[in-house]
Design a protein around this ligand. Structure first.
Ligand SMILES: [Zn+2]
Ligand SMILES: [Zn+2]
Length: 279
């Protein structure tokens, strides 16, 4: 998992999974001897979201500046989480030995700015602490919820020892709040790891399904949905079939929503004309 957003003079990377390696190579090629200034927002500590950082070439160049932001985990500080993939004996270079100016700072607020880009965060339904981000740029807003399970299974209930009655009351409230958080997003990058049939045998695993992703995007009046967090066992034909199912659901709803599967290396431009600003 790694998404690059370029907006309002900022380079913002969302998560540092294995994809950040190719992002690093592309940035080095583009910037050559010029310094790279980049902000990296981390959703959570799972390996597929942080393990690429040791292989991010710009971190090894003195000229570059990388600001890393995210929230503390349940039993681990954000700094400890980010240092983990570079610990001996698993990796030969420690985080503090990186040549670039790498500043790792935990987030304590749910609203903050990266330059002129306003960012709102919300904790989503996933094991442990996991944030979703919404970036408000001058050309539109992008919501990034790579790992999120529908509230039918409430992860915080297990973690907080909620009674079944409390969980039953909290789950729909959480969903309403999430719909408001996402309302009017130009792009929503959302966990749709499973087909609806697969999801039935993966309830509680922390990931979403095609129909849950479509219904969340429709309720939040999102303009374009990108199905994300593809299951490693799904091939292209399977992903195509899932997109087909999603489009069928949208047709049946009679509402407007574009849907595609996110794909590696794809570039999406947000036209300024369709700008929606935060309320
Ligand atoms: Zn995860
Ligand atoms: Zn993940």
């Amino acid at each position: 998992t790694c998404i690059e957003v370029r907006a309002d003079g900022e380079i913002i990377a969302l998560d540092a999974g294995s994809g950040i390696r190719s992002l690093g190579i592309a940035l080095e090629k583009e910037f050559q001897s010029q310094p790279i200034r980049l902000s990296l927002l981390i959703t959570h500590a799972h390996w597929d979201h942080i393990q690429g950082l040791p292989f991010f070439a710009p971190a090894y160049e003195k000229k570059n500046e990388i600001r890393v932001r995210g929230y503390d985990g349940v039993d681990m500080s954000f700094g400890e989480i980010m240092a983990e993939p570079m610990k001996a004996p698993f990796f030969p270079i420690a985080m503090r030995e990186l040549s670039a100016r790498v500043e790792i700072k935990k987030l304590t607020e749910m609203e903050f700015c990266v330059g002129k880009v306003q960012v709102r965060a919300r904790f989503v339904n996933h094991p442990g602490i996991c944030a979703g981000y919404r970036l408000f740029t001058s050309t539109g807003s992008i919501a990034f919820l790579p790992d999120h399970e529908p509230y039918r299974f409430l992860h915080s209930a297990r973690a907080n020892g909620m009674s079944p009655e409390q969980a039953k009351k909290t789950a729909p409230e959480e969903r309403i709040a999430l719909v408001e958080f996402l309302r009017g997003s130009d792009i929503l990058i959302l966990d749709a790891q499973y087909t609806d049939t697969e999801y039935e045998s993966h309830v509680g695993w922390g990931h979403g399904s095609v129909s849950s992703a479509v219904s969340l995007a429709l309720d939040a009046e999102v303009r374009r949905l990108l199905l994300f967090h593809h299951d490693p066992s799904h091939d292209d034909a399977m992903i195509d079939a899932m997109v087909h199912d999603a489009r069928q659901l949208i047709r049946e709803s009679g509402k407007d929503l574009e849907v595609d599967a996110a794909r590696e290396g794809e570039e999406i431009l947000l036209p300024a004309a369709q700008t929606k600003s935060p309320k």
